[in-house]
Design a protein around this ligand. Sequence first.
Ligand code: ADP
Length: 394
Amino acid sequence: MKILIINSGSSSIKFQLMDMPSEKLICSGLVERIGYKNATINYKANGENLEQTHNIESHKQGLKRVVELLLDPEIGVITHTNEIEVVGHRVVHGGNSFSDTTLITSEVKEKIQEYAALAPLHNPGNLEGILVAEEIFPLAKQVVVFDTAFHQTIPAKAKRYAIPTSLYEEHGIQVYGFHGTSHQYVSEKAIAYLGKENSKIITIHLGNGCSMTAVLDGKSIDHSLGFTPSNGLIMGTRSGDIDHAIIFHLVNNLDYTLDDVKTLLTNQSGMLGLTGHMDLRDIQVEAENGNKDCQLALTMNAYRIKKYIGSYAAAMNGLDAIVFTAGIGENSSVIRQLVCEDLEVFGIHLDNTKNEKRSGDLREINADASKVKILVIPTNEELEIAKQAFELVN
Ligand code: ADP
């Protein structure tokens, strides 16, 4: 069965065509800068890598161009759109309404629209992708996988904020959690690797957005992002945890508007705010060359992760494994080393040689004597969506 996975953002569409259940990747690609002058399309199939620049005004135009590529007599991989039996969509915010993968109905679309108020950067683009895919693939089953779904198991003591109960009951202000498909995918891999259903695992997703999840017996029981994807760890451009009174100070005493504060904390803070760079590779190079701001930013970044490791080990009363994943987690031996040093109290001992080795597969990088396994597991959100969509329709 051919399943097309669509991850549609505000100005981009990531796609993968997969054969299930063999999990074979048939083709993949990315349309970027939709609505801007020079939109780019990247398409990979049969070992070929094609890069094109087009004027793409809308998601509809973008997805149509993708379909033309899929059908292309030379570089295409299908002969008719009807060959695609299922389209799996990633949607960031499913609020409290969805704990499972769901077939798309008009009620589901209404809910996605409703939750756009809570994820204004993500849900509208996600919904647009669904509407366009329904038009282009009218015979395919459309399935949605929510980033928030994996975190529906977080208990009240961790998901509630200590603010008046009415705000939770009437306005849904609580921890929702994000990156759910990634945390679910790597935690399932870790559980299979440990061969232990009853396990205490901390998954650490470090990409442009960063988050950590405490996974107890396969279920998310706590998570570092909150009501929106802004809490917790230091990210590329987001501050993560700060004292909220800083916001009042900026507005009351430093002439910031609320919009300025939002831009500051979302787009100008995190590693970018500390160093002037948001790409960790640049920061690592600068730090090595003696840049003090970059050295401090790396240390702060790792220190924040350490604090969450401590609190989640306490929340689960133990720890079997920590898992590093996503762009930084999979590639930055520097961050992994800074995170793992001086954590012997929890039974965490890194093997520095193993940490430096590169590989695209699951690997164990702890010292033999380490009580806690330290794993690097490449994430694959698209495959997780394909697996869940396949299960739902079969
Ligand atoms: P997204 O959240 O957009 O999916 P990714 O998971 O692709 O993000 O992660 C992007 C981050 O990964 C960037 O900060 C980038 O600097 C970092 N990264 C990618 N490769 C490396 C590397 N070899 N060493 C250190 N950091 C890396």
